[in-house]
Ligand binder design. Structure first.
Ligand code: PMP
Length: 440
């Protein structure tokens, strides 16, 4: 029935239908169990969002209690208690200045909202012509049309180009693949941004960026100072900064939000994934008072933000998000991530010596391992080698789930993973990489 009726996301169904499908029945802690009862470590946090593990009593209880009140109402013309309480909480934990919360239901919709808000912000202020966006090479912001328009991964996005609005793309500082290394890579990014802003700031509404770690592009870390300098340039040239913290938010990088790592306060910030602990589809776009006030006017002035989704501010989702944030506090999750990150870094060091491990990139518990055909020349494997897919497949056979990004093996474990569990997962990763790239 799965092969007959389900069309899986980001999946070549011909490959999938030839494979042995994995069908999950239940989860417990950081383990997932399939319908045959086989156990797997959730080594990519069920697509980078699980925080506290699966089947967590506190989170289950929050949903059950809210279910006994109301499953869904709407934010169109009314409110609900969990949505209000969560908004207040989010304002308290996000970077300085973000005081307004606009809910949606996925990272992509959160990005759409940020883009539309930035666009209409300038319109409402009577400044016409600031209609374009700057994005970064290999950026990924979700799969809806606006999010794809500010996306820059050719494999995913190029087919749709004719239907998209065009964006300015500046280079991402990918030090490992830049001839001049980190310093030159950073310089190239900042120069491109500065040139664009000096010549065309009057056409540009905002820069959208994945702060500190570019996720789907290959878990690529910005050189230190990059984000803060980009933020400063935007501010100097009157261009809004949109931080897409969908993947990096909620402790993942060792700070509650990656922007904190360089003390950056964006004008708009998108959060999703880990917001509900990975339980339910709630996302949010946070805005500064400055942005909000551009929309605040008499109805006749036509400055209203006409945007909203049926499930916006869903009470079950907001209730579980509140319970998740409570666990963050009670369990000192962010500090825990930093301690676990050092453990992981230490343990992964052994992998560096393997003949096909090109680079290990890590920020907190967000890790990418780039496999290369030739370690000296850094020659990549061909796409057709499917090295990432094969390594992930082997990891699954050995009892751990992950999903590769081309030749980059992703290791994004639930934040709640214990050291023993991290140790076991890294052993599986190491063994899968060894078997697939070195044979045996
Ligand atoms: N932005 C970033 C940085 C992401 O990593 C993702 C998802 N991987 C999204 C946006 C889109 O989120 P969603 O899949 O919830 O639409």
């Amino acid at each position: 029935m799965n092969k007959e009726h389900l069309w899986h996301p980001f999946t070549q169904m011909k490959d999938y239908n030839d494979s042995d499908p994995l069908i999950i029945e239940r989860g417990e802690g950081i383990m997932l169990y399939d319908v045959q009862g086989r156990a797997y470590y959730d080594g990519f946090s069920s697509v980078w969002l699980n925080v506290h593990g699966h089947n967590v009593p506190e989170l289950n209880q929050a949903i059950t209690e809210q279910l006994g009140r109301v499953a869904h109402s709407t934010l169109l013309g009314m409110a609900n208690v969990p949505a209000i309480e969560l908004a207040e909480k989010l304002v308290g934990i996000t970077p300085e200045g973000l005081n307004k919360v606009f809910y949606s239901d996925s990272g992509a919709t959160g990005v759409e909202i940020a883009i539309k808000m930035a666009f209409q912000y300038w319109h409402n202020k009577g400044i016409r012509g600031k209609t374009k966006f700057i994005t970064m090479n290999q950026a990924y912001h979700g799969d809806t049309i606006g999010a794809v328009s500010v996306g820059a991964i050719p494999l995913y996005h190029d087919v749709f180009r004719p239907m998209l609005f065009s964006s300015h793309v500046i280079p991402y500082p990918y030090a490992y693949r830049h001839e001049g290394g980190e310093t030159k890579a950073l310089e190239a990014t900042l120069t491109a941004l500065r040139n664009l802003l000096e010549t065309r700031a009057d056409e540009i509404a905002a820069l959208i960026v994945e702060p500190i770690v570019q996720g789907a592009g290959g878990i690529i870390l910005m050189p230190p100072g990059c984000l803060s300098q980009m933020a400063r340039l935007c501010r100097e040239h009157g261009v809004l900064l949109i931080a897409d913290e969908v993947a990096t938010g909620f402790g993942r990088t060792g700070a509650m939000f990656a922007c904190e790592l360089e003390d950056v306060s964006p004008d708009l910030m998108v959060i999703g994934k880990g917001l509900t602990g990975g339980y339910l589809p709630v996302a949010a776009t946070l805005a500064t008072d400055e942005v909000y006030e551009a929309f605040y006017a008499d109805y006749q002035e036509q400055k209203t933000f006409f945007h909203g989704h049926s499930y916006t501010g869903n009470p079950l989702g907001c209730a579980v998000a509140l319970a998740s944030l409570k666990l963050f506090e009670e369990r000192n999750m962010v500090e825990g991530v930093r301690a676990k990150a050092s453990f992981v870094e230490h343990k992964l060091a052994a992998l560096k010596d393997r003949p096909h491990v090109g680079e290990i990139r890590q920020k907190g518990l967000m890790i990418g391992i780039e496999l290369v055909r030739d370690k000296v020349t850094r020659e990549p494997y061909d796409w057709s080698d499917r090295i990432g897919v094969r390594t992930s497949q082997r990891a699954r056979e050995l009892g751990m789930l992950t999903r590769p990004l081309g030749n980059v093996i992703v290791f994004i474990p639930p934040l709640a993973s214990s050291e023993a569990e991290l140790d076991a997962m890294i052993n599986i990763l190491t063994e899968s990489i060894r078997q697939v790239t070195e044979g045996g």
